[in-house]
Design a protein around this ligand. Structure first.
Ligand code: ADP
Ligand code: ADP
Length: 228
């Protein structure tokens, strides 16, 4: 589904963020990129949805080179969840999720219905939380809204950068489990970034271990990695 071949990124200041990266992600698979801060994980994620252009190599989604893809269509096919999800602070929760279907030309009532369904999917009762503002939710709840908004476009691919980073450890494990169930039910292809090896092993079908200098040190199933 997603294939990176010899992908590298050197920033204009000379920083080599990613070096000669080969990575493939199958349809419906969850691949976790893990490693210490600064080893190129976020850069890799952003190259997949073309927020950043690679310096070298090739990135394909469904066999198509992303540099040939229409960026608008690409963003629609790829949901993106980051730690600072940036909900609109002056919009209520339901309205925050509705923005995506509205952008896609859905009617207000269809968009509202879709938003409420998705809030339910991520475990937030729309009757209780839909009319609140983002600051009236806990960190964990805001992350759920971010996931709901990313799912609103029904993208086949989700990219997630430290999606559970801002929440406390107990809520984090709960969100991890819930998200795994959701991902399997919906059959999403997911690439997730974390610096937490436990999270990586717990969630990844396969785990890509990054080392300093944006190099891939290991890539395999959790069982394969733990066996070494
Ligand atoms: P990670 O996600 O693993 O923490 P990043 O992909 O954010 O790593 O960063 C990889 C390297 O690239 C780091 O050394 C970082 O400082 C550098 N870097 C990231 N963004 C930029 C940028 N816009 N300009 C220059 N260097 C950058
Ligand atoms: P979590 O364990 O998910 O981080 P918190 O302890 O932060 O949860 O919040 C617990 C409950 O308090 C949640 O149901 C949340 O909706 C509610 N809450 C948190 N902050 C506010 C706020 N500023 N106004 C109203 N309710 C809030």
């Amino acid at each position: 589904m997603i294939r990176l071949t010899g992908v590298g990124k050197t920033y204009p200041d000379g920083t080599v963020a990613v070096h000669e990266l080969d990575l493939d992600v199958a349809r419906g698979e969850m691949v976790v990129l893990v490693g210490p801060s600064g080893c190129g994980k976020s850069t890799t994620l952003k190259m997949i949805n073309r927020l950043i252009e690679p310096t070298t190599g090739r990135i394909e989604i469904d066999g198509q080179d992303v540099t040939d893809a229409d960026p608008v269509k690409l963003r629609r096919d790829i949901g993106y969840v980051i730690q600072q999800i940036g909900l609109f602070p002056h919009q209520r929760i339901t309205a925050n999720v509705m923005t995506v279907p509205l952008l896609h030309g859905e009617s207000k009532s269809t968009a509202r219905q879709r938003a409420e369904e998705l809030l339910d999917v991520v475990g937030l009762d729309p009757a209780t939380y839909g009319d609140r503002y983002p600051h009236q939710l806990s960190g964990g709840q805001r992350q759920r809204v971010g996931v709901a908004r990313a799912l609103a476009a029904n993208p086949p691919v989700l990219l997630m950068d430290e999606p559970f980073g801002a929440v406390d450890p107990v809520v984090r494990v709960k969100l991890q489990d819930e998200f795994l169930r959701l991902q399997r039910d919906l059959g999403k292809t997911v690439v997730m970034v974390t610096h937490d090896i436990d999270e990586a092993v717990r969630m990844g079908d396969r785990v890509a271990v990054f080392a300093a200098g944006g190099r891939l040190a290991q890539f395999g199933t959790p069982a394969e990695l733990l066996a070494r």
